[in-house]
Each structure stands twice: as C-alpha cells, then as structure tokens.
Design a binder for this molecule. Sequence first.
Ligand SMILES: Cc1cc2nc3c(=O)[nH]c(=O)nc-3n(C[C@H](O)[C@H](O)[C@H](O)COP(=O)(O)OP(=O)(O)OC[C@H]3O[C@@H](n4cnc5c(N)ncnc54)[C@H](O)[C@@H]3O)c2cc1C
Length: 422
Amino acid sequence: MKKIDCLRGCAFSAIKVHSPIAIIGGGTAGLNVAAQLIADGHAIPQQIRIFEPSKIHAYQPGWTMIGGGLCDVKQTLKPMDQVFPKNISVSDSAVTKIIPQENQIETLDGGIYTYDQLVIATGISTDFDSIKGARKYLEDSNAPVASIYNYKYAEKMNRLVQEFEGGNIVYTEPPLPIKCAGAPQKIIYLSHDRLNKRGIKTHHHFYKTAGVIFGVPKYAEILTEFCKTKQINCHFKQKLVEVQDHVAIFENQDTKELKSVSFDLLHLVPPQTPGQFIAKSGLGDQAGFTQVNPNTLQHVTYKNIWSLGDCSSLPTSKTAAAVMAQTPVLVKNLIRSWKLKQDPLPGYLGYTSCPIFTSQSKLLLAEFKYNSELDETFPIFQSNESRLMFHLKKDFFPFAYWQIMVRGWWGGRDGLRFFKGA
Ligand SMILES: Cc1cc2nc3c(=O)[nH]c(=O)nc-3n(C[C@H](O)[C@H](O)[C@H](O)COP(=O)(O)OP(=O)(O)OC[C@H]3O[C@@H](n4cnc5c(N)ncnc54)[C@H](O)[C@@H]3O)c2cc1C
C-alpha cells in the first residue's frame, strides 16, 4: 500500500492503493488483457489490479446454446478466482468514478486507488426493467417469456421450447448496439429447427427495432432468403415497449403508433447500456461509451487510458471475437506508450465475427470489419450454412476460451499466440 497525501484539500491524508496497471472489469476483455500482459512477460501479476464485483465469470456466447438446447448452464460459468491469473490483485467492489487528471479510481465501498496505466473493460449492462412488465413475466416460471441474455432466462427458454405445443412465437430485438447483434436471430433458427423436428405447428415472428435483418449486405441477403424459406416473418422498425399476459406491445419507430401482438411464447432481448461511471468521469462519447481511437484503442484525451470490448466506442459489432482481435493491439500499444514512451500504432481495423446458428447442426460464420466490409477467414465455407463451422463454434470455441484464452495464449482467428512467441 502506498500512502499519498489527499489531493483534494481534506484534513487527513487518505490511503490510496497504487497499481502500475489497473483493469476495470474482469469479463472477457479485462481477463484477456491481464492474461496476455503476463503471458508476454510485460508485467508480473503483482503489477496488475483488476476491479471486478462479480464472483462469476461468464462465457456469454454459450447462453445462446443453453437457450437452443445445445449446452448446459454449467459449461458457461466459472468462479472468477479460478480464471484470474495467479497472484493478481483483485478489488471486488464496483468502480463508481475515475478522476483521470489524478490517475485515480473510486469504488463503491469507498476505496481509492491510483494507477499508471488504466484499461476500461466493463462491458454493457442488460436493462430488462426498461421494458414494462418484462421482469415480472421473465421471473414467473409459468409465464411463457424468456431471454438468452441472462443464463437463468436462457434455461427457461430451453424448457419453454421443449414444452411448446404450438402457436405463435414472437422474438424481439431492441435498439442497437447490443452484445452480439446476431444472437436475437440465432435463437429463432435454433428454436425453429427443434420445433420442426418435433412436428409442432408454429408461426415464428421476428420484431426488430432496426430496419434491416443484418448490417452486412452479403449476410443480410443470405439471412433474408433463409427466413423466407423457413417462413419466419420479419417485422422491422418495431420496438418492444411492454409485456402483458400473452401480449407484447410494440412501438412503430416511424409513426410511434403502438401495436399489440399476442404470443404463446415470447423471446425478448433487453436494451443495453454502458456503465454510467464512464460518462460521469468525463471519459465517454455521446452515447456513454469510453471514447477511444478506433485503431489504437487509446483514449482520445487521456493517453494512459485504454479501452476495448463492449464498453468501448469502437464502431464494430460487440463480440468476444472482436475482443480477441483488439487485445493484442491494446497490449502492444499500452506497453509502447508506457515503457518505450512511443506513440501507439494503428493496429485494429474493426475485425469482429458473428457465428449464426442456422439450425441445431449448421452455422453461418459472418466475419467483417469497420464499415461492414467482409473480412472472412474461410471464404469457401462462409457463403452457406456449414456443419464444420457449427462444430467450431459449439465444441472448439468454448474449449479455446476456458483452456487457452485464460492463459493469454489465444489469438482469436490468428490461433495460438504461445507458439508464435508473441
Ligand atoms: C446471449 C449472448 C450471445 C453472444 N454470442 C456471442 C458469440 O457468438 N460470439 C462472440 O464473439 N460474442 C458473443 N457475445 C458477446 C460477448 O459475450 C461479449 O462481446 C463479450 O463478453 C464482451 O466482453 P467485455 O469484457 O467487454 O464485457 P463482459 O464480458 O460483459 O465483462 C464486463 C465485466 O465488467 C464488470 N463490470 C461492470 N461494471 C463494472 C464496474 N463499475 N466496476 C468493475 N467491474 C465492472 C462486469 O461484472 C463484467 O464481469 C454474446 C453475448 C451474449 C449475451
């Protein structure tokens, strides 16, 4: 512990804990940054402090698979202390404020910390309560309302589909950005396939707030055709605003008119927002995301602040795959700037991927970068649904996450970093 005089005119000196590198958020991005800093020999664990109030680390891409009957909830969760690098310092209280001019962090329990370099990786929060009535029906085990954006409600989705006896299923998508913008439709295709196999007569309706099915033209074309073939009815510019007993209320985004739609099963996706402390600390863009350079990941004003993942302003789809591509760029630039006193290099071009389950045995792998430009790794497999891509996503990616990423050895689509001597 380092004792520093209180800089804000208080009568007593305050105890502040100093860490060379502070990382706020121990989710996919925060954990990956810490693991790579250590694996690459840039820092010893004792130099890094992670701020993380959650006791559970979640592999959130697995939640679609829970809802789709492809995996168990246990495969998507691990105790936080089992995934963090050994001997790292952890503060288990949420960060409430950063004072960037003083390199200072404040936490909910009144703690005050200082840093040399700061990484903000707090993700985005799901806001189920902003949809009137949603929480009540999600929590009621007898109500046919579920969501893959929470592991308990994803388990409920799996059960509801298993027990479904026919009728209307309504699926929704809120305003973007959200985590993995493809997930709201992955659950449609998975449920469609399961019910089809059981011969259950079902009408599938997809209500999206946006005006297009997918942001990248090539995949939008494939998915539009797919919905036509499967008789999935798409309704655009419709935002879910309220849930009632077997009725969903949508607001038309052009006319603001309200429309009631009855359902026998509702799959809803909540609106999502970045932590308020980012804007409160003067570090956010207009929407409250940490405002960083899109290619270097350095904060636009404070040169010792970095951000990646869902809470960053990076204008790409918010996925774990994007985090895997962002992490090595952030780590290299942080070290260049901190230890070598050199300017960061523009290394990130917006790569992200969205593996879209199209059935319980096939998948369409969408890969793209900034400006919705294609950036495909296996082009011959990426114009159609593929069984090989399905197994990559269902079996290999979770293994890579829990066994390779946590050690700082996973380079995403670049493969194993360990053997590259990164
Ligand atoms: C249903 C679903 C399906 C998905 N499917 C895919 C997929 O197929 N492929 C893919 O690549 N990605 C997918 N994703 C997206 C992927 O999970 C996220 O993009 C990824 O987890 C982002 O990592 P992150 O570290 O930015 O955020 P998170 O992993 O959410 O971590 C943020 C962490 O910050 C902590 N935190 C929050 N506020 C504070 C605070 N004030 N102080 C301290 N700590 C704080 C949280 O507790 C959390 O642990 C999916 C997500 C969901 C929900």
